[in-house]
Design a protein around this ligand. Structure first.
Ligand SMILES: Nc1ncnc2c1ncn2[C@@H]1O[C@H](COP(=O)(O)OP(=O)(O)OP(=O)(O)O)[C@@H](O)[C@H]1O
Ligand SMILES: [Mg+2]
Length: 224
């Protein structure tokens, strides 16, 4: 298979090492080395996750759901920000259904590509979700119920990888970092991942924010 990016020049500048690539379409992009490490990791980790069988994803997601229900921060939460799972992320459909049945508030992200921000909207049923930006299911535009940030107790977020300090690697848009920055202190932040996605230490930048707890099918990691 043809590589998408071809390395053509490495340049050491005052901002660090910059790497010049030739893209297949013939233009050149500049990527600082520390950022490229995130990119490489992202690609490798996504490849592993996408190679999982659906039966494995479903079984491990079920175990993670069970762990989640054992946590007071989950059981006691009244309004929860939760993602709609896609591309072999830890599945959340059953979690959403159970929470709605229990009368909890469940809010799902809506992506705004223009502002690079996500806003959360309460849903009343999974049927209100439809594939949208990036192919991720979102509440339909005619059923948007925006959520006040101070009305939420818990946010549950997906990741391409996490590390033992609670740092997270996402798809690379910075959407969650921008959102978490706006949340009031005291909102519990939980990451859901399969155990192979938890690494010792991820490359981090100043804008990267941490989660408080990571739940996998093997363990519950409480970040110090
Ligand atoms: N709080 C922020 N304010 C402004 N820009 C930000 C902020 N957080 C992240 N960014 C920008 O977003 C880009 C992607 O960030 P990063 O590589 O951390 O993505 P990510 O955490 O993997 O993505 P995502 O959160 O969407 O899953 C970076 O170029 C970064 O400068
Ligand atoms: Mg980030």
């Amino acid at each position: 298979m043809e590589p998408i990016l071809q390395l053509s020049l490495v340049f050491v500048g005052k901002d660090g090492v910059w790497v010049f690539f030739h893209e297949a379409k013939d233009f050149v992009v500049l990527i600082p080395r520390r950022y490229m490490k995130k990119r490489e990791l992202r690609e490798r980790m996504l490849e592993l996750r996408e190679g999982m069988l659906h039966s494995e994803v479903a079984a491990m997601s079920k175990t993670i759901h069970t762990y989640l229900q054992s946590l007071p921060s989950f059981r006691n939460a009244k309004n929860i920000f939760l993602y709609a799972s896609t591309r072999n992320e830890v599945e959340t459909d059953d979690i959403i259904v159970n929470l709605l049945q229990a009368g909890k508030g469940v809010a799902i992200p809506v992506v705004n590509k223009g502002t690079k921000e996500i806003v959360f909207s309460f849903i009343e049923s999974l049927d209100e979700l439809m594939p949208s930006t990036y192919g991720i299911r979102e509440p339909l535009p005619n059923s948007l119920r925006p959520v006040a940030l101070d009305s939420v107790d818990l946010i549950i977020i997906p990741g391409v990888a996490f590390d033992m300090r609670g740092y997270r690697l996402g798809y690379g848009g910075g959407y969650y970092d921008r959102f978490l920055e706006k949340l009031p202190e005291g909102v519990h932040k939980m990451g859901l991942a399969f155990d192979f996605q938890v690494l010792e230490a991820l490359p981090v930048e100043e804008h990267d924010l941490k989660v408080d707890t990571i739940i996998t099918e093997e363990r519950i990691i409480k970040v110090e």
